[in-house]
Design a protein around this ligand. Structure first.
Ligand code: SF4
Ligand code: SF4
Length: 328
């Protein structure tokens, strides 16, 4: 039976009462999600990490080595690399090569346009050589909508990158997986994942000859840049009402924080990328803000998860995670 009492979280600012979102506990961690820094060649309107070309925060080599130690010690199956543009961290190739040598599946959350930037021309070949899974954001298959969210010229660059990836075997070869990510713009929840995937596949093939494996639909979280936009326009409460109104308890069993932990560029650990942005740290008994070094040998199974109102973004409708919808 799920306990729906509000959870009390210890933060640096003292105890914080969260929302009526159900309390959750972690099972075995199988995925380590690592934010390599906030540097990005784009600055999208929906970005929940406020990344951009002027950000300077990047994971250093000592922390990258700690990540590799964690993978080894905990038999982690998947390393999920985020940013910013994760490829812009100078230790990206070292981390990928070492993790792949251990047999860990590596996911690169790629914005596509980075593959055409000066200095990154051979990145696509590197990713193919290492059989890195590419999960690429393409918020729509229509040029106008993409440029509204991501900026001018982004559509053309994204299409060029997808064609290049297809040429390398991505989306065609079973060992080279290419998944796309859709984020709605505005206040709506994403439409049904399967139907939208069929539309994307048909349109991208007909218009550009592009193929890919799967489409992930992801709900925009009411935090960071998107949350700020909602607050600025007086739409925050309306969006929260939509998320609450569409709450589906069935999604609680598969929210990503049950099997994942998220590490920030300095090595501090959170239940997920969203909690990382909200600075809601992982709850462990003897640490206010645990670092990966503190939990290197700790089994986190059964630990409580720091939930709050934004978690309704993961459970609304079909549910949402970094791997798309949680239910059909
Ligand atoms: S590409 Fe991704 S990380 Fe970069 S600004 Fe856009 S949403 Fe943020
Ligand atoms: S935002 Fe989602 S993934 Fe993160 S703690 Fe809440 S329910 Fe879990």
């Amino acid at each position: 039976m799920l306990d729906t009492r509000p959870l009390l979280i210890q933060t640096d600012a003292g105890p914080t009462v969260t929302s009526d979102f159900p309390r959750l506990r972690r099972s075995t961690v199988t995925t380590l999600q690592v934010n390599l820094g906030y540097l990005c060649n784009l600055s999208c309107t929906h970005c929940h990490v406020n990344a951009g070309p002027k950000r300077t925060e990047l994971m250093d080599l000592a922390t990258v080595e700690l990540v590799l130690d964690y993978l080894r010690l905990h038999n982690i199956r998947t390393l999920d690399l985020t940013g910013g543009a994760p490829e812009m961290n100078s230790h990206f190739r070292h981390l990928v090569t070492q993790a792949r040598a251990m047999g860990v599946e590596v996911i690169d959350r790629c914005n596509l346009t980075i593959l055409g930037e000066p200095g990154y021309e051979d990145m696509a070949e590197f990713l193919a050589q290492q059989q890195v899974v590419i999960t690429a954001s393409l918020p729509c298959y229509l040029e106008q909508n993409i440029e509204k969210q991501r900026g001018k010229g982004v559509y053309g660059e994204s299409i060029r990158a997808l064609k290049r990836l297809n040429e390398l075997g991505y989306g065609r070869d079973p060992g080279l997986r290419l998944d796309l990510v859709y984020n709605p713009d505005g206040l709506s929840l994403p439409p049904a994942q399967q139907g939208l995937e069929a539309d994307y596949k048909r349109e991208l093939l007909a218009t550009h000859g592009i193929v890919f494996n799967q489409l992930f639909t992801i709900t925009n979280m009411p935090i960071s840049r998107f949350g700020g936009m909602l607050l600025a326009k007086g739409l925050y409460q309306q969006y929260m009402d939509i998320l609450r109104h569409n709450y589906s308890a069935a999604n609680l069993a598969t929210v990503m924080c049950r099997t994942l932990i998220s590490v920030d560029y300095q090595g501090f650990v959170y239940d997920c990328d969203f909690n990382q942005m909200l600075q809601l740290p992982l709850i462990v008994s003897d640490r206010m803000r645990p670092h990966l070094a503190d939990i290197l040998r700790q089994d986190l199974a059964g630990n409580p998860i720091a939930t709050a109102d934004h978690c309704y973004g993961c459970t609304a409708g079909q549910g949402s995670s970094c791997g798309g919808a949680l239910s059909d």
